[in-house]
Design a protein around this ligand. Structure first.
Ligand SMILES: [Zn+2]
Length: 239
């Protein structure tokens, strides 16, 4: 299952909640809690209302809302906030209406954006969950958490963090060197982690990794991470 880009791109409205899965129970979907959605026009948007050509679809909004899991055995709640816009939509053959659409820039706890293997180490899951939360509003921060998830995975399988230099000095290994060193133990896992690390690099070297770039680069994240945990378990037994 690749990363589902629709999860990021599909907007919320008062009458429609995208198919966001509950990350706590895994079986329910998050639904907008009645009357929890509040929205206001931005200051700039209010000033533009004096323009003679102003129309409602010029409006820019900020919103906050609560979601609730529809699994009655779970009932987890989530907080979202972000930006909104107004669009004219066709409501029947001859009728049109203005509808407000909202895009989250904060979402906690975030839906799980990739399928995490159940054997995945807890410290790796922690970083991935932080990556999911950050992915809604700060793609660079999210990419950094993915890079840290790779570091934690290497720690878990006891891939060395340091080496002894030719002069006998203890030196820290870069993440890239650690992953390269893993190739002699497990080439497939090493190749997968190099691909995941590329996304982390994009976040580290840019203050403005766009949501679209993040989305493009992370599309196959799950395909790489799915190799990690089960193989990790086997590897630990033979260390
Ligand atoms: Zn739930």
């Amino acid at each position: 299952m690749p990363v589902n880009r629709d999860l990021w791109n599909e907007p919320l409205s008062r009458n429609y909640t995208p198919n966001w899965h509950c990350s706590i129970c895994g079986g329910g979907n998050l639904r907008l809690a009645a009357e929890s959605l509040h929205a206001l026009a931005t200051a700039e948007s209010i000033r533009q209302q004096d323009h003679p050509a102003w129309d409602a679809d010029w409006s820019k909004l900020r919103f906050s809302a609560m979601l609730k899991c529809n699994n009655h055995a779970c009932m987890e709640s989530a907080t979202i906030a972000g930006k909104g816009r107004v669009e004219m939509v066709q409501t029947s053959d001859h009728d049109y209406d203005y509808v407000e659409f909202y895009t989250p820039e904060f979402f906690k706890p975030s839906p799980t954006l990739i399928l995490i293997p159940k054997e995945c180490p807890g410290e790796v899951i922690d970083q991935l969950q932080q990556a999911f939360v950050a992915s809604w509003g700060d793609a660079s921060a999210s990419a950094n958490h993915i890079r840290m998830a790779v570091e934690r995975l290497l720690d878990h399988i006891k891939q060395p963090r340091t080496r002894i230099s030719p002069k006998g000095k203890r030196e820290l290994l870069s993440l890239h060197k650690r992953i390269e060193g893993l190739a002699s133990r497990d080439k497939q896992l090493s190749d997968s982690l190099l691909a995941v690390k590329w996304l982390g690099n994009a976040g580290s070297h840019s203050d403005s990794l766009s949501r679209e770039e993040y989305s493009t680069h992370s599309i196959h994240l799950n395909q790489h991470f799915k190799h990690c945990s089960p193989r990790t378990g086997k590897r630990l037994k033979c260390l």
